[in-house]
Design a binder for this molecule. Structure first.
Ligand code: ZN
Length: 443
């Protein structure tokens, strides 16, 4: 490493991060899940294992110790797809390792695999994840169930000042987290039973579209009272993120079909104009409260998703209509990175967020950061969001993200595009100051 690279890496490593996005288990949930090596596969690497050809039901048998906590969490976060049933429930630790091993060997070099190997090395003292180490790794994971583990991983090792947390709960541990609110379930209700669940959540009855809007705002205000700092919309997992402008009368006509106990509800396709109307209303509610809006764009986690649903250019009508909104667009829009860069360059209300991107592809993240420095105003780039369920993953991700930022900045100085002082200044902005400013975080 050159002296320049070493100086920049040192400066980047010293920054206390503002992490724009996590889904972390509570420490109590984590303590129930962290039983053995399978704890490392709640998501991401699991999707690569299945992409490599591992049968989903066999994979579920491998991560059986994690299943209860994942299922609980899926209900809380309204995960649209259920986990498949495990192929077996009686496999020994060794059988479970043997089942995953051939697929793990195919994915150990993906960004997801790399991230987990960094976590195993630095947090559990295991140099690699393989047949020689899985028992030792399993023991180390079980032994890590002690008070103070989150502090150790997130504060001491990852050096994260605060994480913006999306896990379907308003009440979070403020030492680590600031919550965001999910309100899409107000936009996608299609049956009387789903309305009843919204009534229970918001504490008011819902018979008209105005009732539904009031319930949505009451729920939002409840989260705000608990310290929510933004709204998150992740409908790209379920439908195209083009949200048309719909007249209220048209939305009301559709709503009447779900409001009555005698009504048959709406099909997903028929409900689309009502969903569009309600997404506009969620955005308006966020604007009224000066809350940034986090939007999922690009690659969806899991397998067999409809990628084109998530192209950030679908959102342009919202950017044009809601100038006073602040849209924090996630995941670098990968693979629509060029589109997202152009949008963040063009629209004052669009921010570029690299959360998740460093483990999808560190190379894509370096390239995108190079382009972002050249195209997007320096106040609108957020360089880190761990986007993990387990804190060890957020740690591994933070290591890769710091490497990406240091490498892109070093190359920019070597190319005489930036001075060293400018590079150091940019590092602080994108890893800490920009998200702290947008979300009004006191760090
Ligand atoms: Zn996420």
């Amino acid at each position: 490493m050159s002296d320049l690279a070493a100086r920049i890496a040192e400066a980047v490593n010293a920054i206390s991060l503002v992490d724009t996005h996590e889904h972390l288990l509570s420490e109590e949930e984590r303590s129930r899940a962290a039983v053995d090596f399978s704890y490392l596969f709640p998501h991401y690497a699991s999707s690569d294992l299945i992409s490599a050809g591992m049968p989903p039901a066999l994979f579920e048998a491998v991560r059986l110790p994690l299943r209860a906590v994942l299922t609980e969490r899926a209900a809380r976060t309204r995960r649209p797809r259920p986990y498949p049933a495990p192929a077996r429930t009686d496999m020994s630790l060794e059988e479970r390792w043997s089942a995953v091993e051939p697929y793990w060997e195919c994915i150990r070099h993906t960004g997801y695999g790399q991230c987990l190997r960094i976590a195993a090395r630095d947090l559990f003292g295991v140099p690699d994840i393989n047949r020689e180490t899985y028992r030792r790794l399993s023991e180390a994971i079980a032994a890590s169930n002690r008070p103070g583990w989150y502090h150790h991983v997130l504060k001491e090792k990852a050096r994260i000042a605060i994480s913006i947390q999306d896990d379907g709960r308003a009440t979070v541990d403020k030492t680590f987290f600031a919550p965001v609110v999910r309100l899409e379930h107000f936009a996608v209700a299609r049956t009387r039973d789903e309305l009843a669940a919204l009534e229970a959540e918001s504490g008011g009855t819902i018979h008209t579209l105005d009732d539904l809007l009031r319930a949505m705002r009451m729920t939002l205000d409840g989260y705000l009272a608990d310290g929510a700092v933004g709204v998150k919309i992740a409908l790209a997992y379920r439908r195209v993120i083009r949200f048309e402008k719909v007249a209220k009368a048209d939305a009301e006509r559709l709503f009447t079909r779900i409001a009555s106990h005698l009504g048959e509800g709406l099909s997903w396709e028929d409900a689309r104009p009502l969903q569009d109307y309600l997404v506009h209303e969620i955005i308006r509610a966020a604007i009224e409260r000066d809350l940034p809006i986090q939007m999922h764009t690009g690659l969806q986690e899991g397998n067999e998703n409809i990628l084109t649903n998530s192209n950030p250019t679908h959102l342009v009508n919202l950017f044009i209509e809601y100038r006073e909104a602040k849209f924090d667009l996630f995941h670098g829009g990968y693979p629509y990175t060029g589109e997202l860069l152009a949008l963040a360059k063009n629209f004052p209300n669009v921010y570029l967020d690299l959360c998740w991107l460093h483990i999808i592809s560190p190379t894509a993240a370096v390239r995108m950061l190079h382009e972002a420095i050249e195209t997007v105003p320096a106040n609108k780039v957020f360089a880190f969001g761990g986007d993990f369920i387990i804190p060890e993953g957020a740690y591994g991700h933070s290591v890769l993200a710091r490497q990406v930022v240091a490498r892109a900045l070093t190359e920019k100085v070597e190319d005489s595009y930036l001075s060293e002082a400018e590079a150091m200044h940019l590092a602080r902005r994108i890893l800490r100051e920009n998200p702290a400013t947008l979300y009004h975080l006191k760090v």
